[in-house]
Design a binder for this molecule. Structure first.
Ligand code: C5P
Length: 223
């Protein structure tokens, strides 16, 4: 553990996509690389926080200086986060699937000549950010940060998300086609909290992470 302003602060960061199994060999996924979430976990650890990174399936190496819990589904991610509460800080950067597969098959679905294609039934996943934000004391962290990946009406949707989910900050980023955010190394974000919006210029995901860790340090009164 490094000595830094966040020494003694317990943080949980979710990162990456989730995989929702259709059968033992197939799943529903999304384009999240985990780069931003992993960078945030690393920046917090570099400032001395005691970090648990709960990561969906990513091709990134486990970052050093923290506990990494690897999960696949949203339900597993929720359980991993819950097990580690209470925490001072939770950052939900994972691109959690909104839906899981309700009619998951325990054996590989077989294609048979003449059969119609199978139907995949979806059921809502638990919302990890909302669950953590609305937890009762003493499980409610002092600071809960969510992300909003939007392709349109970025600020409007982000402000709505802040209110609906009950988190303290929303980091809004534009993931529309051509923004290069998904899988890319750069990000343009806006921080929305109860008092207003702060827009940051385009910068690397590592710089977004460092700036966010600094803002978190101030908010927790550790600067
Ligand atoms: O509702 P939406 O998915 O756009 O909200 C994004 C934010 O909510 C992100 O911080 C994401 O990590 C979190 N989230 C979550 N669990 C879900 C869905 C979203 O933690 N099931």
């Amino acid at each position: 553990l490094s000595d830094g302003p966040l020494k003694g602060v317990k943080a949980i960061v979710t990162s990456g996509p989730t995989h929702e199994a259709i059968d033992p060999v197939r799943f529903i996924a999304n384009r999240s690389s985990g780069k931003q979430g992993h960078a945030i976990a690393s920046a917090l650890a570099a400032m001395g926080a005691e970090v648990t990174l709960v990561s969906g399936p990513v091709s990134l190496a486990d970052p050093a200086g923290m506990t990494v819990v690897r999960v696949e589904s949203a339900l597993q991610m929720l359980n991993a986060v819950r097990q580690r509460l209470p925490a001072d800080l939770v950052v939900c950067a994972a691109a959690v699937a909104d839906w899981t597969v309700a009619n998951r098959a325990s054996e590989k679905r077989k294609k048979k000549a003449g059969d119609p294609p199978p139907t995949i039934q979806l059921a809502p996943n638990p919302d990890i950010l909302m669950t953590v934000s609305k937890a009762e004391a003493p499980l409610r962290p002092r600071l809960v940060v969510g992300f909003a990946a939007e392709t349109e009406k970025l600020m409007e949707h982000a402000a709505d998300k802040l209110a609906r989910k009950g988190c303290d900050w929303i980091v809004a980023n534009d993931v529309s086609e051509g923004s290069g955010t998904f899988g890319g190394d750069a990000n343009t974000v806006h921080i929305i909290d109860g008092t207003g919006t702060e827009s940051w210029p385009a910068m690397s995901k590592d710089d977004v992470a460092r700036n966010l860790a600094e803002r978190i340090t101030k908010a927790l009164g550790k600067a």
